[in-house]
Design a protein around this ligand. Structure first.
Ligand SMILES: Nc1ncnc2c1ncn2[C@@H]1O[C@H](COP(=O)(O)OP(=O)(O)OP(=O)(O)O)[C@@H](O)[C@H]1O
Length: 453
């Protein structure tokens, strides 16, 4: 089995694509290789770019008449048992705008289970499995298992929380090497401050999850921009994690204490800077020299540092308690912490900042976003490649997208993660289809499939 699976999904022709007909496609017997060519009558394509053949890179191909359930059964369903063992599996949808990424990952039909998006179908199966585990008497420990959902979209260096009014959060690496996604510091009425992470909403039934998903998707759908829906210019990340109420409370306590540390840490820094700057002065040559009229108040600095140390200790205690709660639950339920991460990547055509296709020219801001998307998609390919090759240095820092996905990659079982390439079969989209397949081919080759010369 390849280290990271790559699937291809062709969608049906849409009503406004009937123009030049369909891209011709042929597959090898085991569906690992694809050849595409444009029909000879195609007028819009240059003669140089009318045929392409992949390497032996793919793990499966879905054709236009395969519905979401068929995709789910082949791609996601086989790994659910791993998630129920506490593992993490990542799924990416990659393709040009309108090729079917959201149709595949999020889905548009919430009433027909055959057309549930992969995330909703996965949630449905997980919740049923958790329901069975929840019927076992937990001896009053409050172990009721549920799913924590997080949903955000990545744009440049920010993540926008789709379960908290599209609030902007920033992606930062902490001094402990971990990546944090945090909102702005909020001042509360009682003078306290709060630094919110991306919201996790605990869902204890399928109806809860269904509702939350729709809340998030509505926010994602608003904000249409110039040429396309804004959704195609951002990466949407949806995480489903198996949690319990007690674990959620323990995690909230960590955030609470981290928030308390913020003003105390800031005060310690301010005191240090203030004392140091009062302790020096500029001489007549414009050089900094010790200020003879001021003795740096070291005990003031030490007192502020001491207080900061106390608050750091409180954070550490809360973190240790969270770890203890997690281990305790894990001793009874191996599934705790099991995660599915779905990423609906930005439309791949935006990665081409020299795009010359039909339609209005990109604005400077759109060009800049296009460059960021390009760098995210390249970084993702490199991370998948380095992970598949078990390299010691994985270039997670190359882009904000790979930074936030870092913990999922590090805890995932590589060969249970997959990328789905979504493609329109219209000849008008031949270049986009070829670009998508080329990207997937590189990922597939890098992930352990041998390339056919
Ligand atoms: N496999 C499919 N079967 C039927 N309809 C599909 C399929 N894939 C996509 N569609 C339809 O095509 C349209 C565009 O799909 P979708 O919104 O998923 O594209 P996208 O790649 O997410 O686009 P964007 O990048 O702009 O967000 C939608 O109306 C969707 O329902």
């Amino acid at each position: 089995m390849p280290r990271f699976q790559v699937f291809v999904r062709w969608r049906p022709l849409s009503a406004n694509e009937s123009g030049e007909g369909e891209i011709k496609r042929e597959y090898s017997e085991n569906n690992s290789t694809i050849s595409i060519s444009a029909p000879p009558q195609s007028k819009t394509l240059s003669r140089r770019n009318i045929a392409w053949k992949s390497g032996s890179s793919f793990s499966g191909i879905f054709d236009a008449n395969d519905n979401n359930k068929i995709v789910f059964d082949s791609v996601v369903s086989p790994v659910l048992s791993n998630v129920l063992q506490g593992q993490c599996c990542n799924f990416f949808a990659y393709g040009h705008s309108g090729s079917g990424k959201s149709h595949t990952i999020m889905g548009y039909n919430y009433d027909n289970s055959e057309e549930f998006g992969l995330c909703l179908a996965a949630a449905h199966h997980l919740i049923s499995a958790l329901k069975k585990l929840n019927t076992v008497d937990d001896g009053g420990r409050g172990d009721k298992l549920g799913i924590g959902i997080r949903m955000y979209e990545m744009r440049k260096n920010s993540a926008f929380d789709l379960l908290n009014g599209h609030r902007e959060c920033h992606v930062r690496e902490g001094s402990d090497g971990r990546v944090y996604i945090r909102g702005e510091t909020e001042m509360l009425e009682d003078g306290k401050v709060r630094v919110r992470p991306i919201t996790t909403v605990g869902c204890w039934s399928f109806e809860d999850l269904h509702r939350e998903l729709q809340v998030g998707l509505k926010l994602r759908a608003t904000g249409s921009s110039t040429i396309h829906d804004q959704s195609s210019r951002t990466h949407a990340v949806l995480e489903l994690e198996i949690i319990t109420e007690k674990l959620t409370v323990a995690r909230d306590a960590v955030f609470e204490r981290q928030s308390e540390l913020v003003p105390v840490g800031k005060h310690a820094t301010d005191v240090y800077i203030e004392e140091q700057s009062r302790g020096v002065m500029l001489n007549s040559d414009g050089k900094w020299i010790p200020n003879p009229d001021y003795q740096i108040n070291q005990s003031r600095i030490d007192a502020a540092e001491l207080k900061k140390g106390e608050f750091e200790k409180r954070v550490k205690e809360a973190e240790d308690y969270e770890t203890k709660v997690f281990r305790d639950i894990a001793s009874r339920h191996a599934c705790i912490g099991g995660r599915l991460v779905f990423v609906d990547l930005a439309g791949s055509e935006y990665s081409d900042d020299s795009r010359t296709g039909p339609g209005p020219k990109q604005t400077p801001q759109e060009k800049q976003e296009g460059r960021q998307i390009n760098s995210d998609l390249l970084a993702l390919k490199e991370v998948i490649r380095a992970t598949a090759l078990n390299q010691t240095r994985i270039p997670f820092r190359s882009s904000p997208l790979t930074m936030v996905l870092r913990q999922h990659f590090q805890t995932s079982t590589n060969n249970h993660s997959a990328m789905i390439l979504t493609i329109s079969p219209s000849t008008q989209q031949f270049a986009a289809a070829m670009n998508t397949l080329k990207y997937g081919d590189l990922v597939g080759v890098a992930s352990g499939k041998k390339r056919i010369a």
